[in-house]
Design a protein around this ligand. Structure first.
Ligand code: RAM
Length: 532
């Protein structure tokens, strides 16, 4: 049974009361064996900064250098004093603070508050005011009591940040503290030396490539995390895009393999793989299932196989991939069109009011084609069944979802025309290349109101333009979107970005957004794969 609690965006949180998981210990063990080593680097802050209100910049807050970080130990801090350190770039890691007292012997503990953030806004807007629908516990902060000084404090939690605010809540009237040093032990499982450097003649694309790689590296931990600040876990939709970017850069194929085995290790009783898994305290499938994300298991296996030619893994994981397609086909009505229901059965994008029917039908066709390619490699009879079904489904899609008069795909009982529907139908190759190109141009010109909310869906827009042969348009869109993020100060690419509404968050507050997010890392894939 499934219950839902609605968030602001109309998507609902899924909770299942009687989720049954069939653990495949062999797969789980394989996933475990592939656990990566983390590489550690010590990073020091670059500056002491002040955060200034500025209506011209994103979120209304700008960081301004006040002094080099090397001068930190020149200052003494007492009750109600504070300062902010800038580490110069995005970091994922563990903080160590080296402190000594100044003045009389410390006659009371030091009470210190830390606020750790990826963006200036996190330093400026109090977390107490946060009222979004995701847990406030994702906001990174600590209150520490230090009984004995001098002290070296190594904080146990891993943070994702560029800025750290130190607020001395109290020392005592008799002493102050000096921060001798602060450093971060940055961690990643990515091997930066494995990436082939490119020097693009277009500086903007070069910068986009570099930031994408940094974004991907910071998300590459024990697994491909979606965001090292939030949700810090393995999501299938994110994995698919990370893996594609990885094949063009780090080529850490073992990490992709590990993630595939982890998903395949914990299906439900029907064989459905969940939208995301937790890896601690042990491998646990979340009780969230999305139509599109489950199918992306097949897509991710397809991409993995064609990147690695690892036939053994393909053979072992094929039944899981095929099962996702079988289950997806069960959702088709008699007319071979997916049954629509409330908004959260399929993810597609965070855009408000998006009907998921047509874009999901596109995802189904797209992944069926990939499954057929895999069946072909395996030389198995499933190929013919899939091909027959595919033909009927494409036929039905053209008959029921293509609106001849409006020249757009429509979705749901309200015949919604969304960007997502056109994009997924183009990626699915329902129409010819020429028709796709016309459709994409019409989309960019007419700009239907149900648009795009995430870099995730933007990735698909760019790829849809590329497969329709519209390279110039793809580059222009990439530059205005990811380029816009860079202009707005991105060190790593963000989970959400709406150039027209830069405070946008589907969670009710931009404070909880993730500013280093897996699904935003794909410009490097697009640039390298399509020779942009
Ligand atoms: C959010 C995260 C995650 C994504 C899901 C569907 O919670 O951004 O990356 O995959 O949505």
């Amino acid at each position: 049974m499934s219950k839902g609690e609605s968030g602001d965006s109309g998507m609902s949180i899924q909770t299942l009361e009687n989720q049954v998981i069939i653990r495949n210990e062999k797969f789980i063990e394989k996933g475990k064996q592939l656990k990566p080593q983390l590489h550690e680097t010590i990073v020091k802050p670059t500056s002491i900064v002040e955060i200034k209100a500025d209506t011209e910049v994103i979120h209304g807050w700008r960081s301004e250098v006040a002094a080099p970080a090397s001068t930190l130990a020149n200052y003494k801090y007492g009750k109600n004093d504070s300062f902010i350190l800038d580490f110069g770039d995005h970091q994922v890691g563990y903080l160590t603070i080296n402190l000594r007292p100044a003045g009389s012997p410390p006659d009371a503990p030091l009470k210190l508050k830390l606020t750790i953030g990826e963006m200036p806004v996190e330093m400026a807007e109090p977390f107490e005011n946060y009222n979004g629908w995701l847990s406030s516990s994702w906001l990174q902060e600590e209150t520490i009591f230090v009984d004995v000084l001098p002290a070296v404090i190594s904080l146990p939690r891993r943070y994702s940040f560029r800025y750290v605010k130190f607020e001395v809540i109290d020392t005592s009237p008799k002493y102050q503290v000096v921060f001798e040093s602060v450093e971060c032990k940055a961690v990643t499982s990515a091997n930066l030396n494995a990436v082939e450097k490119i020097s693009h003649q277009d500086a903007e694309l070069q910068r986009m490539d570099e930031i994408s790689i940094k974004t991907l590296a910071d998300c590459m931990q024990d697994v491909f995390e979606d965001g090292p600040k939030r949700d810090r876990r393995l999501w299938l939709g994110d994995l698919r895009l990370q893996a594609l970017a990885n094949y063009e850069t780090f080529r850490d194929n073992e990490l992709v393999k590990r993630c595939l085995y982890l998903f395949a290790g914990v299906p439900d009783e029907k064989g459905n793989v969940s939208a995301n898994v937790f890896v601690a305290p042990k491998l646990i499938a979340d009780d969230t299932y999305f139509f599109d994300y489950s199918l992306f298991f097949a897509a991710s296996l397809h991409d993995y196989y064609f990147a690695t030619s690892d036939l053994e893994t393909l053979k072992e994981l094929w039944p899981t991939a095929y099962r996702q397609v079988e289950l997806a086909l069960e959702r088709l009505g008699e007319n071979n069109i997916l049954k629509d229901s409330d908004n959260s059965w399929s993810f597609i994008d965070w855009v408000e009011g998006l009907n998921k029917q047509a874009p999901s039908q596109g995802v189904l066709i797209y992944t069926m084609k990939q499954a057929i390619r895999l069946a072909e490699e395996l030389n198995i009879p499933e190929k013919n069944n899939l091909e027959e079904r595919l033909e009927e489904i494409i036929e039905a899609t053209k008959t029921h979802l293509w609106d001849q008069e409006q020249q757009f795909f429509i979705s749901g009982s309200d015949h919604q025309i969304s960007w997502a529907s056109q994009i997924w139908m183009v990626l699915a190759g329902v129409l010819t290349k020429e028709e796709n190109s016309k459709l994409m141009k019409r989309l960019l010109k007419e700009k239907p109101t149900v648009g795009i909310a995430t870099p995730y869906m933007y990735h698909h827009l760019i790829e849809a333009l590329l497969v329709s042969g519209e390279k110039e348009l793809a580059i222009a869109e990439m530059k205005s979107y990811w380029g816009g993020m860079i202009q707005d100060g991105a060190d790593t690419f963000w989970e959400l970005y709406d150039p027209k509404n830069k405070d946008f968050s589907p969670y009710g507050s931009h404070l909880i957004n993730s500013y280093c997010h897996a699904w935003s890392c794909t410009p490097t894939y697009l640039i390298r794969k399509y020779n942009l």
